[in-house]
Design a protein around this ligand. Structure first.
Ligand code: NAP
Length: 248
């Protein structure tokens, strides 16, 4: 069977969670060879075993994105394996609170992982990606609009959108495309951890009246990473059940 990513090699940073795993499955099923990074070695090994059973080839490199040297080594290894696609999905959030009540240590952690981690990963990726390569960042609808109580997360994701657009301009001459997806409320991570009643309530806020699935985010990442999106760079593709259509 031939896939749209046959012959491509994709680094996925933050491959362990719901969305990261779905991205790994989607890119692997499309034929990409995978390099998977996140902190939890046991989860990475389990994911590799499952991908192997599904017919995909994956290497795992346990990495904490706040460790600059570890990120540099990860990207060097991915480059040695022929990386031409990088997906930056690692991110973390904080407990909701108005900015005046935000715990600054929590805000620092969010900014370190979600903003600085993505910046450092992109810095190393862009230094080695071949002409025609591609980056897809996982931003958020919190990267394009405010979200009550989520000031540091919103700031970090707006910054991810800024990094995406600026790198798209800086690298267009080499046909390196840099795009982002902006998921809305997805059944993954902190959302999955909520009781059913709350999850339904969160989902019903979208025009499509449900939570999105990690696979629906992964489908957008796959398209942006693939040659089908060859004329798309600097884009922020919302996967939000229609929330953004309401505008201001
Ligand atoms: N769920 C949603 O509704 C939603 C909406 C919009 C955007 N997003 C974004 O989508 C992405 C994935 O979120 P998710 O919902 O799937 O959450 P998740 O299950 O918590 O996944 C987070 C991922 O990031 C990794 N990670 C966290 N800290 C890391 C660090 N210091 N170094 C390396 N990897 C790290 C985690 O793996 P380890 O713990 O093993 O390191 C995991 O792979 C995030 O960027 C999130 O902000 C989610």
């Amino acid at each position: 069977m031939t896939g749209v990513l046959d012959g491509h090699t994709a680094l996925i940073v933050g491959a362990n969670g719901g969305i990261g795993q779905a991205i790994a499955y989607a890119l692997g099923a499309a034929g990409a060879r995978l390099i998977l990074a996140a902190r939890d070695r046991g989860k990475l090994d389990q994911l590799r075993t499952e991908l192997d059973a599904a017919g995909s080839t994956a290497d795992t490199v346990p990495t904490d994105i706040i460790d600059d040297d570890a990120v540099r080594r990860l990207v060097e290894r991915a480059a040695a394996e022929g990386m031409d696609i990088a997906v930056n999905n690692a991110g973390t959030s904080h407990r909701p609170a108005p900015l005046g009540d935000l715990v600054i240590e929590e805000a620092d952690r969010v900014l370190r992982v979600t903003l600085r981690g993505t910046l450092v990963a992109m810095h190393h990726e862009l230094a080695v990606l071949p002409d025609g390569g591609s980056i897809v960042n996982v931003a958020s609808t919190a990267g394009v609009a405010g979200a009550p109580g989520m000031a540091a997360y919103v700031a970090a994701k707006h910054a991810v959108v800024g990094l995406t657009r600026t790198a798209a301009l800086d690298y267009a001459a080499r046909s390196i495309r840099v795009n982002a997806v902006a998921p809305g409320s997805i059944d993954s991570g902190g959302t999955t951890a909520q009781p059913d009643r709350i999850r339904q309530q969160i989902g019903s806020a979208a025009p499509l009246a449900r939570l999105g699935s990690p696979a629906e985010v992964a489908a957008a990442v796959l398209w942006l990473a693939s040659p089908a999106a060859a004329y798309t760079t600097g884009a922020v593709l919302t996967v939000d059940g229609g929330k953004g259509a309401r505008g201001a």
